[in-house]
Ligand binder design. Sequence first.
Ligand code: CA
Length: 362
Amino acid sequence: MSQIRQVIILFSICLLGTVHGQGSFRPPSIPAIIAILRYQNSPCTTDSNTPGTCLAQNDCLTRQGTPDGTCASGFASCCNFKFTCGGRTKENETIFVNHLYPKTDNGTNTCQVTIDKQPNVCQLRLDFEEFSLAQPDENGQCTTDSFMVRTTVGERLPILCGDNNAQHLYVDMGRGSANPVVLSVVTNGDMIGRKWKVKINMIPCNNLDMAPSGCMQYFRSPSAVVQSFNYGLPMEGRARYLSNLRYTACVRVEENFCSIKWETETLGSFSWGAPFEGNLTARGASGGLCNVDDFVGIDQGSAEGSGPGEDRLCGTKLLQDDYVISRSKPFQLKVRSNSDQKLNAENSQHGKHNIETLNNVQ
Ligand SMILES: [Ca+2]
């Protein structure tokens, strides 16, 4: 079979040589033949910066792909099999993009793809390499645009919108279930151009890469930046973060590490729920004071890293010095927001942005 394909590729190249050579037949050089035979069907990167397959141009078109850049030292096409609206896959590392990617899409549309479950796959990891949808409304809800994950097992995942570049999600696929996971992006109106590029990784059951149960986000390095969805600069009269959130971000506990320090990257990069204290010298609130609105949960959190600490933090600062130390394992950050964003919007709250570092404290 592969020999037949090689013959077809060589024939295609000869034909192209004839056309471009304006009638004078120029056989491909020996290095060209070697390059084509060596690289055909191998992975390449398209000009759109997505994974492609190296094929002779005619072969790419026959297989419903789009030639998008070159490979095999320029003798063949990097064939782009774009996975977009209406697609269905069971392949690892598939990349879901908007219809016109790398250009933006606008208008009203529903774009849906289906990921079939393989028997040995238990989780998906979705990496938002690019993600730009309309901002949430004044209630913090994704009413203009929304990104949804539908699954029949595990926790319900939040509906997302706004800017979420570099964010990720873990999706539970269950062990026995054969039900697929459906990703859908619903957009409304022509106000903005939308763009997304979501890498879909399939994680085998019992694999070390699996996120612990209940962790919708999982950070596996000793230091990482943990942002709320749609984190960004404050917007006057709008809350950037989403309402109705209930999820947990987890950090892997490294060997011999006893505590975790959650620290804001810059002063004022934490603003989550009442009280709305504009004075940065003021203390952030904790404990029962946070029950009235949105909060983040860190078990046994305190500035000293000792004692019972607090498990709920809120306001415009993390405790008194914008950091919290916790010795409670596993290392988790629970994120909660209610359905009422009126006061959050009036105070232009923008979310949370933490750098976490681990301390090797005995
Ligand atoms: Ca709220």
